[in-house]
Design a protein around this ligand. Sequence first.
Ligand code: ADP
Length: 451
Amino acid sequence: MSAPKNTVLIANRGEIALRIIRACRRLGLRSVCAFSEADRGAQYLDLADASICIGPASATKSYLNIPAILAAADIMGADMIHPGYGFLSENADFSEAVAQAGLTLIGPSADVMRRMGDKVAAKTAMIESGVPCVPGPDSVLPDDIAEITRIAQDIGYPVILKAAGGGGGRGMRIVKSNDALADAFMLTKQEAQRFFSNPDIYMEKFLEKPRHVEIQVICDSHGHALWLGDRDCSMQRRHQKMIEEAPAPGIDRDLIAKIGERCAASCREIGYVGAGTFEFLYENGAFFFIEMNTRIQVEHPVTEMVTGLDIVALQIDVARGAQLSITQDDVQTVGHSIECRINAEDPITFAPSPGPIDYMHVPGGPGVRVDTHIATGSSISASYDSMVAKVITHGATRDEALARARSALNEMRIEGVSTNIPLHCQLLDDDGFAKGGVSIHHLEHWLEKRE
Ligand code: ADP
């Protein structure tokens, strides 16, 4: 029998790297954090058992550099690699390269990742396993404009053009009439090629006032798949989430359970192993699958707060071949949780605001959790994403979680750079959000009114 795996190389940075370090510590595993030149000297690296430089600031030369990451794993004696979110976390070639190097990726196999990473293939798989999808063909659009026009008319305007290989809210375009279709198609195709090296485009009905509701799953390699509840991530700007919560307010729990069970069943059918998220749009009492994320998500803590589970630890456990030690009955949702993503950016213009943190105070108290890698004396690099902290609160009720979020954000101080904390404070006081159940357009409409 091979020796038990005990060293995790973290191929990521920032708050999620620290989150993974914490999970490793809890499991008694050694953590090695990979870092780029831009992150050299960052305080969170000291919390890992070891760290290793993998290249210059440019992500393509460091956090996306597969040979450098594999070499780092080899040098540091790592037998597992955790990719976090973003960077290589949904890259099937990386999953394959890790397996070929004889290492374990904390994530699904290359085959499953490839299938779910292609949104058209994922939609086909979901239709096959009975998960409801947004109306529209589960196939790539042809190049023939007449044919595309016929498909759009069949679906009925407005429609949305989406890149099959898309992600991060890019490669999508809404089309409202026949006249705009040809140009929109060409532009989206070019964008898809440029951003995702895959020009395939598909089309679906553009839902006008949906909510974004998602289901968290965790699956082991012994055929067990559980769903860990739902999250509402409708507070978005430019398709990027800003505030998330669990559970989704005001939706029939029996309907959620039905969808959750379908997701778990679908995982068993496709042989999914690891943590994952099924994303849906929810409108007029119905769920429509949009995509699956085959990685840990930024917003996983709200699910942890209401279930009491450590999803990152579970993710590592199942990657090591362990059986899930809990059953579906053990998964109980208690109270409510809200997460605010704190970005180093101007709260009005959203321009990134990198630079040194002169002073930082992190809020605390009952039901308050802050996941952050920065502290007084840290420096925020211009090379990466501007998210610097997540303020997560829990309460017996949604109102209590909200009240705790308001007081935590009022208490929080980050000096030296601009942050979106003032914006969050205003949003938490917004009547629509406070009531619960807003659509994915609520935040953008709110911002327009502010201007
Ligand atoms: P990405 O992989 O880039 O995150 P998604 O397919 O998850 O793309 O969509 C991101 C966001 O775009 C959704 O949360 C929603 O706000 C919007 N969106 C996607 N598809 C549709 C649709 N058919 N109708 C309305 N909005 C959509």
